[in-house]
Design a protein around this ligand. Structure first.
Ligand code: NAD
Ligand code: UDP
Ligand code: UDP
Length: 343
């Protein structure tokens, strides 16, 4: 069996040959729902690189073929256009269930569809896991803590969530998805894992998905003012995508169900984030204040002691190192956009 050979296109590895999996480990077939999205596509890269077979299920609501195109032609990669709200029959060893819009702008666009994706989509993937005996990992969110009254947030905190607000389709949807996951575990013996992901950024985020890091970075590159919502004193903790992907795989491969917080505890106000983006992209960038959105959580920071202890995982990339890594990707895509407009 030949060794793996990778070349690259836009800094993304391109598969050229067969990759033997590590000694003593069985090659697995793995489904990644939402695998054409931001986080999913980075996870797919890691799984393909280590030698597994990957099937991506995606309806391309917020995902893009471009994110996984470098695997086209690889016999170990398969892409299925499918909506997880509908049942599907497959035979796999593991299911990473990511399908769900993650940006507030996207998940509020069609809130009922967001709930269906979280509830019926998760139900279908759990039904699949039950039928074939696959291990199932849910990507839940720090939003299950709502506008938290405990700070930083531990997994034992039950949250402070508005059930009838504009964010409820997402945070209550994910809470129900967690409930379903635990009920399939308790009731049907499905092997499950739950990750509660905190704000994550990196290359391949949608340029205009409305999330704060992608907004500030795109605005600074386009010489537009960075839009700070409210007084900008609300906080978030930003994790670089490679750290998250390492955490998801450690969780899937480990022995613990969770839930586990996966996030970077480095906490920033939005004004501080704007300062870092200025340092990295353009010291002369300006900010502009805008009205904040409803139910915006005031602060958010993960307590990651549990993941450190039980998964031996912690993030490695601080914001000041991670941001430059996404800026190149954003610059290229914004440049292509501008060229497209000109022609
Ligand atoms: P994303 O929007 O880039 O990716 C989501 C993917 O799911 C897209 O490819 C989209 O087309 C697909 N999808 C959406 N609805 C679908 C459906 N009904 N059927 C099939 N595919 C569908 O978002 P992301 O940032 O990559 O997030 C991935 C997962 O991680 C989501 O479940 C999200 O809730 C969770 N998460 C992300 C963050 C973050 O900061 N990025 C934070 C917390 C949780
Ligand atoms: N399901 C699926 N693929 C499968 C098995 C089940 O999509 O391989 C769906 C099934 O259509 C159902 C859901 O998963 O909507 C839950 O399945 P389960 O068998 O747990 O419940 P039931 O079908 O009895 O409601
Ligand atoms: N935000 C901002 N400017 C923007 C977009 C968002 O100040 O252009 C703020 C938003 O009000 C929130 C924080 O940034 O307080 C994080 O928002 P995001 O949508 O990225 O994620 P989430 O609210 O889901 O954590």
């Amino acid at each position: 069996e030949s060794l793996s050979t990778f070349s690259s296109y836009n800094n993304v590895p391109i598969f050229k040959g067969r990759v033997p999996v590590g000694v003593g480990r069985k090659r697995m077939r793995i489904v990644v729902t939402g695998g054409a999205g931001f986080v999913g596509s980075h996870l797919v890269d890691k799984l393909i690189k280590r030698g597994d077979d990957v099937i991506v299920i995606d309806n391309f609501f917020t995902g893009r073929k471009e994110n996984v195109m470098h695997h086209f032609g690889n016999p170990r990669f398969e892409l299925i256009r499918h909506d997880v709200v509908e049942p599907i029959l497959l035979e796999v060893d593991q299911i990473y269930h990511l399908a769900c819009p993650a940006s507030p702008v996207h998940y509020k666009y069609n809130p009922v569809k967001t709930i269906k994706t979280n509830v019926m989509g998760t139900l279908n993937m759990l039904g699949l896991a039950k039928r074939i005996g696959a291990r199932f990992l849910l990507t839940s969110t720090s939003e299950v803590y709502g506008d938290p009254l405990e700070h930083p947030q531990k997994e034992t905190y039950w949250g402070h969530v508005n059930p009838i607000g504009v964010r409820s389709c997402y945070d209550e949807g994910k809470r129900t998805a967690e409930t379903l996951t635990m009920d399939y575990h308790r009731g049907a013996g499905v092997e499950v894992r739950i990750a509660r992901i905190f704000n994550t950024y990196g290359p391949r985020m949608c340029l205009d998905d409305g999330r704060v890091v992608s907004n500030f970075v795109a605005q600074a590159i386009r010489n537009q003012p960075m839009t700070v919502y409210g007084d900008g004193k609300q906080t978030r903790s930003f994790q670089y995508v490679s750290d998250l992907v390492d955490g998801l795989v450690a969780l899937m491969e480990g022995e613990h169900i969770g839930p586990f917080n996966l996030g970077n505890p480095g906490e920033f106000t939005m004004l501080e984030l704007a300062e870092v983006v200025k340092e990295v992209i353009d010291p002369s960038a300006n900010i502009e204040f805008r009205a904040n959105t409803a139910d915006d959580p005031h602060k958010r920071k993960p307590d990651i002691s549990k993941a450190k202890e039980l998964l031996n995982w912690e993030p490695k990339v601080p914001l000041r190192e991670g941001l430059p890594l996404m800026v190149n990707d954003f610059r290229n895509r914004i440049l292509n956009e501008d060229e497209g407009k000109g022609s």
